[in-house]
Design a protein around this ligand. Structure first.
Ligand code: 7TS
Length: 413
């Protein structure tokens, strides 16, 4: 099979990820589980380490040099994330633990303050549980009703169905930018136009979008955008909620504690300005600094180069998987409509058995429902095997995967 020329130097990128240079079960490891969590390049690890070695102190409190420095690093990281997302203002960037917390924050604060019985929240059947369960919790408390946009046979959202669901009762739509299970890239700007036309808001779960697609929250014209650091080369336990400033300002606080207040009186308190109103307690400062280093790392490669490289990888992977008898890949066929996340079934073999044999061959994939049980039900499969690639993966990785799938077939013949 011919190997297309990479549009950035993948070998150089791989040298930044020492974790990839190891053997698993006597074979050079192939890491194909980046949709669950990406690996971290040296510049991110070094930035976190340097923060603890030279700048660590609590933020927004001390009048001494180290605390000032930690605060400046923390707020500079916020500016980096604002520019990574093309936010209109750094105050629109709230530090959270990840996409899960970002969505819970909006559901619990905006949702509780704005949803009434009979109001509708539109989700899609592609969503990760993180973008379903928080809305179920607030719907149960407020009497709001959830609706789900269906997909077509390639796992693409049916915009005609969205049009049927949108009405004067719709208050918000919560939609993933990119599906973690199928890799589908959703047409967010188009969805925003339709959602805004009925006067509703659009929250985008960008956990899988930000690592792969250039995010411009102003061009997407969404109202909230949720990001996890650990899927875009940053550390675990840190993420960003971007929200329109006037929305964030109108929302009640999320958690109470230090840092989020202005005045604390015996019976009630007043709140700090956004974004600090939503950042109760000591934040993960090293995590924020590490996430900003990850955003800088991706920006240095360039989203256009990343996307072009990924398109080539998708074509190669489709050919390699397509040559294995019995493999059925879910999701969009056109590479332009997807990222390099491949959920598939292998006829007659349970996905957990596939993943176990792949592990014995040194290949890391995920098998299961991928926190997308609504989608699995829609696809009428109990589970899939999922191979998800990122900037450090090569065509060879998919050749190894295809060869290992032949081993699986032999074992189960
Ligand atoms: N939304 C999407 C689309 C996701 O893929 C994930 C994590 C989340 C939200 C939650 O992100 P967290 O960082 O707050 O946990 N997805 C996966 C996955 O596909 N396999 O493991 C985690």
């Amino acid at each position: 099979m011919s190997k297309p020329a990479p549009v950035f130097d993948v070998a150089a990128v791989r040298r930044d990820f020492p974790i990839l240079e190891q053997e698993i079960n006597g074979r050079a490891m192939v890491y194909l589980d980046s949709a669950a969590s990406s690996q971290k390049p040296r510049p991110v690890i070094d930035t976190i380490s340097a923060f603890y070695l030279t700048d660590n102190a609590n933020v927004h409190r001390g009048l001494y040099e180290l605390s000032r420095r930690a605060t400046e690093r923390f707020e500079a990281a916020r500016r980096t994330m604002a520019s990574f997302l093309n936010a209109g203002h750094e105050r629109e960037v709230v530090w959270v633990r990840g996409a899960t917390e970002a969505i819970n924050l909006v559901a619990a604060t905006w949702g509780a303050a704005n949803l009434k019985p009979g109001d509708e929240v539109i989700l899609t059947c592609l969503e990760h549980h993180s973008n379903i369960v928080p809305w179920q919790l607030v719907a149960q408390r407020t009497g709001a009703v959830l609706r789900y946009v269906d997909i077509d046979d390639q796992g693409r959202l049916r915009l005609d169905h969205l049009d049927q669901l949108l009405s004067a009762r719709t208050r918000l739509m919560a939609c993933g930018h990119v599906s973690n299970a199928l890799g589908t890239i959703n047409p967010i700007a188009e969805i925003a136009r339709r959602v805004h036309a009925v006067g509703a808001l659009l929250l985008v779960d960008g956990a899988q979008g930000a690592p792969h697609v250039r995010v411009d929250v102003q061009a997407l014209d969404c109202d909230f955008y949720a990001v996890s650091g650990h899927k875009m080369c940053g550390p675990m336990g840190i993420g960003v909620l971007w929200g329109r400033r006037e929305l964030l300002e109108a929302m009640p606080p999320y958690q109470g504690g230090g840092e989020m207040i202005d005045q604390v009186l015996p019976e009630a308190s007043t709140w700090a300005a956004v974004p600090h109103k939503f950042e109760a307690g000591t934040p993960d400062v090293a995590g924020a600094v590490g996430m900003a280093a990850a955003a800088d790392y991706l920006a240095a490669i360039g989203h256009e180069a990343m996307a072009a490289q990924e398109q080539q990888l998708i074509r190669h992977a489709q050919r390699a998987l397509g040559n294995v008898p019995g493999v059925r890949v879910f999701g969009p066929v056109d590479p332009a409509e997807r990222i390099a996340v491949f959920s598939f079934e292998l006829a007659g073999v349970h996905p957990h058995d596939v993943a176990t044999i792949l592990d014995a061959e040194g290949i890391a994939v995920r098998a299961g429902h991928h926190c997308a049980q609504i989608l699995m039900r829609r696809l009428q499969v109990p589970a899939t095997t999922r191979a998800s690639a990122y900037i450090y993966n090569t065509p060879d990785d998919f050749d190894r995967l295809a060869a290992a799938l032949e081993v699986v077939r032999t074992v189960f013949a």
